[in-house]
Design a protein around this ligand. Structure first.
Ligand code: AKG
Ligand code: FE2
Length: 327
């Protein structure tokens, strides 16, 4: 049963960050997977398509730094429409307070109030606010082109829009959440976007990114080898076998030596409401620590369809044909 489940997820989901046991990772499995992804990306880059002039400077920054913040992304009228739709979203059943997760002291811990809600394209027909948000954000050609640029192949619209509102409970320190730990999301270029709904500054725990850390270097491959071994230990419930400075808040982090070798310098990506942050999350990043009395609000654009294996793409195409909802 477990094997069937694993086979099904291998056929239908994008590649996981790490796989396999301790021995194969010690032998270099994760380093090899990372190297393979580097070659694949370089090959895809050979047939890069031209980008629109209005995006070209931002995409150059994204290529150089791995992150770009675009202020005043929407014109004033459209951003007002986004805000109105968000108000309806927040007032709906989709958005709720996530209580601390008792089973994981490091995830949604007691220090934060976290309002969150997810909408998908499925929710558009019944909910006017979801229609508006997918029309304005999901189908925005600049957003789709930017995601395609990072991945080096065309993509469809984001699969999810997620509302997030964070604040620090009075009298708590913001230091146990696992998103505070510097990490990369994957060993290949992968994109996330954040549309700021209010000012996300240092006090609001703005997204932090280490500029340039998305590049694939020999030091990164060396890091990945170690990371693969440490994650294998974690999967086997052997976190005690991971050196103390390579783990934090229940997850594998970056040791001091690796942070130095990789030249990681986290920087808050600060912006006002209506700033769109585009990040290549092969680079290292984390959430900034929040200060009491401040609130962080954003819409997160999730593109889980970026690296669909062939079978998933065939299934989606067949479904679209049957339901007659072609793109
Ligand atoms: O919430 C943040 O600022 C960082 C979250 C993160 O690590 C991610 O979205 O991949
Ligand atoms: Fe992340």
């Amino acid at each position: 049963m477990a094997t069937m489940k694993r086979l099904a997820s291998w056929l239908t989901e994008p590649p996981p960050y790490t796989v396999g046991g301790v021995m194969v990772n010690r032998a270099g499995l994760q380093a090899a997977r990372t190297g393979y992804e580097g070659v694949r990306h370089a090959a895809l880059s050979l047939r890069r398509r031209p980008v629109r002039a209005e995006l070209s400077e931002h995409l150059r920054t994204l290529e150089r730094d791995g992150v770009v913040a675009i202020p005043e992304f929407f014109d004033a009228a459209d951003f007002e429409r986004v805000e109105d739709a968000v108000a309806a979203w927040v007032g709906s059943d989709f958005v709720r307070d996530y209580p601390p997760d008792e089973s994981n002291p490091h995830c949604d811990h007691a220090a934060l109030t976290r309002y969150a809600g997810v909408i998908t394209a499925k929710d558009t027909s019944d909910h006017e606010f979801a229609n508006t948000l997918f029309r304005l954000i999901g189908h925005d050609q600049r957003i789709r082109d930017s995601a395609a640029y990072v991945m080096r192949h065309p993509i469809s619209e984001p699969t999810q829009l997620a509302y997030e509102q964070l604040s620090l409970r009075s009298g708590h320190a913001d230091d146990t959440d696992n998103l505070l730990v510097l990490h990369a999301d994957r060993h290949f270029p992968t994109v996330k976007m954040f549309l700021y709904l209010n000012r996300n500054g240092r006090e609001e725990g703005a997204f932090e990114y280490c500029r340039g850390s998305h590049r694939l270097t020999l030091n990164r491959i060396r890091f990945e080898r170690e990371y693969g071994v440490h994650c294998a230990h974690l999967r086997h419930g052997e976190l005690d076998k991971v050196p103390a400075d390579a783990k934090q808040n229940g997850r594998i982090g970056v040791s001091k030596a690796n942070a130095e070798r990789l030249g990681l310098v986290p920087e808050p990506i600060v912006g006002d409401a209506n700033t769109l942050v585009i990040a290549n999350n092969r680079g290292f990043h984390r959430r900034g620590q929040m200060t009491e009395g401040h609130v962080r609000r954003q819409i997160r654009l999730v593109f889980h369809n970026l690296r669909e294996p062939v079978l998933a793409r065939v299934a989606i195409a067949a479904h679209k044909r049957i339901s007659g909802s072609g793109d």
